[in-house]
Design a protein around this ligand. Structure first.
Ligand SMILES: Nc1ncnc2c1ncn2[C@@H]1O[C@H](COP(=O)(O)OP(=O)(O)OP(=O)(O)O)[C@@H](O)[C@H]1O
Length: 936
C-alpha cells in the first residue's frame, strides 16, 4: 500500500495484524428471563449463568447425567443483562471491524421466542450508532454507508426495502462472491434515515403469531451495512485507495417444534422451511467445526449460501445464541447450546478489503515488477537458488541409491532367513527316519506379479533364472573350478528351468541338492572322503562324469574315488568307451527310474564309476552344470556357510557326500513333467520330483522311458555311424579316436558333422525344424532368440542342434499327450502364459529402449500401419510368430536389441549345456529389464 499516505498507511499497517489471520467465531450466549406467559404457567428456570463464561443446568438430578451440566463460551449473559451490555462486551468489536475494511457478521440463533429479534434489534442499533460515531470522529476520511435488507421466507429471498414482494435471485460473482441481484441499496444519510429504513424493513418482514410468540419472525432477516472509506486528501487523485467492507446483522427465524408452537397451516409450512434451513446451517457448522474437510453443503439452503463468507470466509463473525430458561424448553435449549459448541470450533479468515483506483493499481504493479526485476538481477539469490537445486538433486540421488541398497539388503536378509529356516527344517527331517529329503524346500521364491518384479528379485538375489536363461555354468574341466557346486544328474539337461514365478521340479531338486551338499560339506568338512560326485578332468582333457545315484544299479558296488579316477585318467591308454558301456549307463538310468523302491545303495560303496568317456580330443568337450543355488555362494552368509566350498566354486578337498545324502536323493523320482518348464523351452529332462508325487509305471515314467529309448536309439545310431565312418582311422590310430566321438551329454555327437556343404544343408534343415518346434511347443522367446543367435551354422553347433531337436521332439510328444494328462496341460498353459508375459515385456521395452524413429522403422519393416492403434502390441505379437527364417532372424535381432544382449556380454554355448573351452564362468544373468552387465 505504498500509495496510501499518512494515517492511511498507519491504519493499513494496523490492519495487517488481522489480515489473513484465522480466528474462531465468537460465541455469546444470552439467557432471557422467564416470560410472563412462562411464569403464569409456573415454569421453572433450570439454567443459570454462574459467571461471565459458564452457563449451568441446575436440574441434573432430575434429568440424569446424560448431558453436560455446564457449558462454557466466550461470554454468557444472564437474563437481567441489557442488550447494551451484550453489545459492548461481545458484539461491538466484531461489528466495528467493518470501519477498518473487514467484513463482519453478527447473528442470533435460538429457538422461537428465545429473544433473537429482541437482541438483534438492539445490537443493530447500537452498532450503527457506533459506526456513525466513528464516522463523525474521523472526518479525515470520507465514508459512504449503504443499507440493504433481505429476508428469506420459505426459501425465497425478498427485498425488505422494496414494497414489491418480488423474488430476488442469488448469483455467484467471481470477484464479489455471492450477490443478490437487483437488491435495493440505500445510502444512509443519518441516524434518522436508518431508523426509517429499519422500520420499513420491520413492516415488510413476515411476522406471525404462534402459541409461543405473539410476534414470531417467520423469516430469516439479514440487514447489511456496507461501509466504504477513503482518505479525503487522496480523493479525486489517482493514487486513492478505498477500504470497503460489510457488516451483516442476521436475525434468524427460530427453530420450533410444531407440537410446542401448536402451529398448523401456514405456520406449519413456515416452520418446516425454517427448520430445514436451520438444519442445513447446523450441518454446515458441524462440518466446519471438524476442519473443513470434504464437501460443505452451503448450497443446500439460501441461508447458508448467503452466510458462506461469514461462516468460513473473509469475515469476522459473532453468534449470539439466545435461550429460554424454562424447563419446558430444555430440549430446544440444549440443541441451541450444541450448535453454539460447534460454532466455537469454526474459524474464519478475515482480510482488509482495499479497493484501489486503476491508476493506483498500475503504480502498485509497476513497483512490484521493479522489485522482482531487481531480485532477478541480484546474483546472490540466483546462485543460492542454483546451489539449492543442485544440492537437492544430489540428495535425491543419494536417497535413491540408499533406497536401492536397502531393498537389496532386505531381499538378502529375507533370503538368508529363508535359508536358515530350510536348514533347520532339514535338520528336523533328518531326525525323522524315512522323512529326510522328502520335504519340499521351503525357500522357493514366490513368483512376482510381473516379469520385472520376478526378475529384479532374482537379479538382486543372484538367483539365476534359467528360462531367460540366467544360468550358472560349472566348468568341470577346470581342475580349479569344479566343486562345491551342485550338479544335475547325468541325464539332466544342461540347464534347468523354472516357470514364471513358481519352480519346476528340477529347481526343487537343485535346491534340495545344493542345500544338502552345503550342509554335508560343512558338517563333514574334515572328513576324509575321496569319493566325489563331480566329474573330473583327465589330463588329456577328457571328462569323467560324476556318479550319481541315478546311474547306480541297486547293489552295484563301486568304490572309485575322485583321486582314483584322476589317477586312472592319468593313464594314457585308459579304456575307450564302448557302445555297450554307454548302453549300460542308459540301462542304469532306466533301472533307477523303474525301481519302485530305489533301494539305498551300499553306503560303503555308494556309487559306480562310469565308463571313462574322456579323451574326447578335438572338442575338448566337458560337461557343464547349472545350479541355481550356486549363485548363492555370492552371498556372504553363504560363503560363511560354505567353508569348504569357496564362493568361486574352487574345491578344497570336497569331502563327498555321506550316507544321508544318498538317502535323501534316492527319495527322489524322475518326473518327466519336470522337464516341461513353464516356458516350455528350458526343460529339464530327468528332473526329479519328490517321492510320492509319481509312482513307478505311471504316465510320467512311461514318457521318460520313451525319451530314454530315443536317446539310446540315437546313441546307437551315432555310434554305429562313427564306427563305419571312422573304422579306417580307428584301425590306424587305435581306440583313442573312437573315444573322441562319444560325448558324455546323454547323447553321442559326431566330431565333425560332415562336409561343409552337407553340414550347411543339414544345419538349415535342423534350424527350420527347430524353429517349427519352438513354435509348436510355445518355447520362450528369449530362449529362441538366444539359441538362434548362438548357433548360426558353425560345424561345432551340430551337437546343440541335435540336442535341441531331441528335446523339442520330446516336448512336442509330451504336449501331444496333454489332453490325457492334466499336468502337461497345465505346463502347456504355463508356457503360453509365459509367452504372453514375454510379449507384454517386449511392449514395455520397445517404449523404453527404442527411439520413436526406431519404432517407426520397425513398424514399417513389419508391415504395421504407423497410424494404427496399439502398434507396439501388434509388433510384439508378430515377433517369433512365424516359422519363416527371415522373420525368425528379424525377431531374434529385435529381442537381442531390446534385451541388450550385446551389452550383457557374449552368450556362452555352455548355457545350453556344453562347454568347449575352459572358462571360469561364475554367472550369467539376463534380465528383460535390468541392464546390469553379467558377471563373467
Ligand atoms: N432478554 C430479554 N429480556 C426481556 N425480554 C425478552 C428478552 N428476550 C426476549 N424477550 C421477550 O421475549 C419475547 C420473544 O422475543 P423475540 O421475539 O425476540 O423472540 P425470537 O427468538 O425472535 O422469536 P421468533 O423466533 O419466534 O421470532 C418478546 O416479547 C421479547 O420482548
Amino acid at each position: 500500500m505504498g500509495s496510501i499516505g499518512g494515517e492511511e498507511l498507519v491504519r493499513w499497517e494496523k490492519m495487517q495484524g488481522l489480515c489473513g489471520r484465522e480466528e474462531k467465531i465468537l460465541v455469546l450466549v444470552r439467557l432471557r428471563p422467564l416470560s410472563e406467559k412462562e411464569i403464569t404457567a409456573n415454569e421453572v428456570a433450570d439454567w443459570e449463568c454462574i459467571n461471565d463464561t459458564t452457563i449451568l443446568y441446575r436440574n441434573t438430578l432430575r434429568e440424569g447425567s446424560t448431558f453436560p451440566s455446564a457449558y462454557t463460551f466466550d461470554r454468557v449473559f444472564r437474563g437481567d443483562c441489557p442488550t447494551k451490555q451484550v453489545y459492548e462486551n461481545g458484539a461491538k468489536e466484531i461489528a466495528l471491524s467493518v470501519v477498518n475494511g473487514i467484513n463482519s457478521t453478527i447473528f442470533a440463533y435460538g429457538q422461537t421466542s428465545s429473544g433473537k429479534t429482541y437482541t438483534m434489534d438492539g445490537i443493530t442499533e447500537y452498532a450503527v450508532a457506533d459506526i456513525f460515531n466513528y464516522i463523525n470522529k474521523h472526518e479525515e476520511r470520507a465514508f459512504v454507508v449503504k443499507f440493504s435488507a433481505i429476508e428469506i421466507y420459505n426459501e425465497v429471498v425478498r427485498d425488505l426495502l422494496s414494497a414489491e414482494s418480488s423474488t430476488l435471485r442469488l448469483r455467484d460473482d467471481p470477484e464479489k462472491g455471492i450477490i443478490v441481484e437487483k437488491l435495493t441499496e440505500e445510502t444512509l444519510r443519518d441516524w434518522g434515515h436508518l431508523k426509517e429504513l429499519l422500520s420499513f424493513c420491520e413492516a415488510q418482514r413476515q411476522v406471525g403469531e404462534t402459541y409461543l410468540n405473539e410476534k414470531s419472525s417467520r423469516s430469516h432477516q439479514i440487514i447489511k451495512l456496507t461501509i466504504e472509506s477513503s482518505a479525503r486528501e487522496f480523493l479525486g487523485k489517482g493514487n486513492c485507495a478505498t477500504l470497503s467492507a460489510s457488516v451483516n446483522f442476521v436475525d434468524l427465524a427460530g427453530s420450533e417444534r410444531a407440537s410446542q408452537a401448536l402451529s398448523a397451516g401456514t405456520r406449519l409450512k413456515e416452520g418446516c422451511h425454517i427448520n430445514r434451513s436451520l438444519l442445513t446451517l447446523g450441518t454446515v457448522i458441524r462440518k466446519l467445526s471438524k476442519g473443513r474437510q470434504g464437501h460443505i453443503n452451503y448450497r443446500d439452503s439460501k441461508l447458508t449460501r448467503l452466510l458462506q463468507p461469514c461462516l468460513a470466509g473473509n469475515a469476522r463473525t459473532a453468534v449470539i445464541c439466545t435461550m429460554s430458561p424454562a424447563r419446558s424448553h430444555v430440549e430446544q435449549t440444549r440443541n441451541t447450546l450444541l450448535f453454539a459448541c460447534r460454532a466455537k470450533e469454526v474459524t474464519t479468515k478475515a482480510q482488509v478489503n482495499v479497493v484501489m483506483s486503476d491508476k493506483a493499481l498500475v503504480k502498485q504493479l509497476q513497483k512490484e515488477v521493479a522489485r522482482l526485476e531487481s531480485e532477478l538481477r541480484a546474483p546472490a539469490p540466483v546462485t543460492s537458488c542454483c546451489d539449492h537445486a543442485a544440492l537437492l538433486r544430489k540428495k535425491d540421488l543419494q536417497t535413491e541409491k540408499m533406497g536401492k541398497e536397502i531393498r537389496e539388503l532386505t531381499q538378502q536378509l529375507v533370503l538368508a532367513q529363508s535359508r536358515i529356516e530350510d536348514l533347520l527344517a532339514m535338520i528336523d527331517n533328518e531326525q525323522k527316519p524315512g522323512k529326510a529329503g522328502t520335504d519340499s524346500p521351503s525357500h522357493m521364491l514366490e513368483g512376482g506379479d510381473t516379469w520385472e518384479d520376478d526378475y529384479s528379485v532374482r537379479e538382486s538375489l543372484d538367483i539365476s533364472t534359467p528360462a531367460h536363461p540366467d544360468v550358472r555354468i560349472r566348468e568341470l574341466n577346470n581342475p580349479h573350478h569344479n566343486n562345491g557346486d551342485c550338479e544335475s544328474n547325468p541325464e539332466q539337461p544342461y540347464y534347468h528351468s523354472e516357470g514364471t514365478g513358481d519352480h519346476s521340479h528340477s529347481d526343487e531338486f537343485s535346491d534340495q541338492f545344493c542345500k544338502e551338499v552345503r550342509r554335508v560339506e560343512k558338517d563333514d568338512s574334515n572328513r576324509e572322503n575321496s569319493e566325489s560326485l563331480y566329474p573330473s578332468r583327465s589330463e588329456n582333457g577328457g571328462l569323467e562324469l560324476p556318479i550319481s545315484e541315478e546311474v547306480i544299479a541297486p547293489g552295484q558296488e563301486q568304490s572309485t574315488s575322485v583321486n582314483e579316477d584322476r589317477e586312472a585318467n592319468q593313464v594314457p591308454d585308459s579304456p575307450a568307451p564302448t557302445y555297450d558301456a554307454v548302453e549300460q549307463r542308459l540301462r542304469d538310468v532306466q533301472m533307477t527310474v523303474d525301481s519302485p523302491a530305489c533301494p539305498q545303495p551300499d553306503s560303503q560303496s555308494p556309487r559306480a564309476t562310469l565308463p571313462n568317456m574322456s579323451n574326447l580330443g578335438n572338442f575338448n568337450l566337458s560337461r557343464s552344470w547349472s545350479c541355481r543355488e550356486f549363485s548363492m555362494t555370492d552371498f556372504p552368509e553363504s560363503a560363511g556357510e560354505l567353508e569348504s566350498t569357496p564362493a568361486n566354486g574352487i574345491e578344497k578337498g570336497f569331502p563327498g557326500r555321506p550316507e544321508r545324502f544318498w538317502r535323501n536323493l534316492l527319495h527322489l523320482r524322475f518326473d518327466p513333467t519336470a522337464r516341461l518348464s513353464r516356458d516350455g523351452s528350458l526343460y529339464s529332462v530327468g528332473s526329479p520330483c519328490l517321492d510320492g508325487m509319481r509312482t513307478p509305471g505311471n504316465e510320467g515314467v512311461t514318457s521318460f522311458q520313451t525319451f530314454v529309448a530315443g536317446m539310446k536309439e540315437m546313441v546307437k545310431l551315432e555310434y554305429e555311424k562313427q564306427l563305419v565312418d571312422g573304422q579306417g582311422k580307428e584301425t590306424e590310430r587305435g581306440d583313442l579316436t573312437s573315444e573322441k566321438n562319444v560325448k558324455d551329454v546323454g547323447i553321442v555327437m559326431l566330431e565333425a558333422p560332415g562336409t561343409p556343404l552337407n553340414w550347411t544343408l543339414q544345419f538349415e534343415r535342423q534350424q527350420k525344424e527347430i524353429i517349427e518346434l519352438w513354435h509348436t511347443c510355445h518355447v520362450s522367446l528369449i530362449h529362441r532368440t538366444y539359441f538362434f543367435l548362438l548357433f548360426s551354422g558353425d560345424p561345432s553347433d551340430s551337437i546343440y542342434m541335435e540336442v535341441e531337436l531331441r528335446r523339442l521332439s520330446f516336448l512336442k510328444e509330451t504336449f501331444s499327450k496333454g489332453s490325457e494328462k492334466g499336468s502337461q496341460n497345465d505346463t502347456l498353459a504355463s508356457s503360453m502364459k509365459t509367452l504372453r508375459w514375454e510379449r507384454e515385456a517386449l511392449v514395455k521395452l520397445m517404449q523404453k529402449r527404442l527411439t520413436e524413429e526406431e519404432r517407426e522403422d520397425l513398424y514399417e519393416k513389419w508391415g504395421i500401419a504407423l497410424e494404427s492403434k496399439r502398434r507396439r502390441i501388434q509388433l510384439a505379437n508378430l515377433v517369433w510368430s512365424n516359422t519363416n527364417i527371415t522373420l525368425a532372424r528379424e525377431s531374434a535381432n529385435l529381442i537381442a536389441k531390446l534385451l541388450k544382449f550385446s551389452e550383457k556380454g557374449k552368450a556362452l554355448k555352455e548355457m545350453f549345456g556344453l562347454s568347449f573351452t575352459p572358462r571360469y564362468t561364475k554367472r550369467k544373468s539376463f534380465s528383460w529389464i535390468t541392464s546390469k552387465p553379467p558377471l563373467l
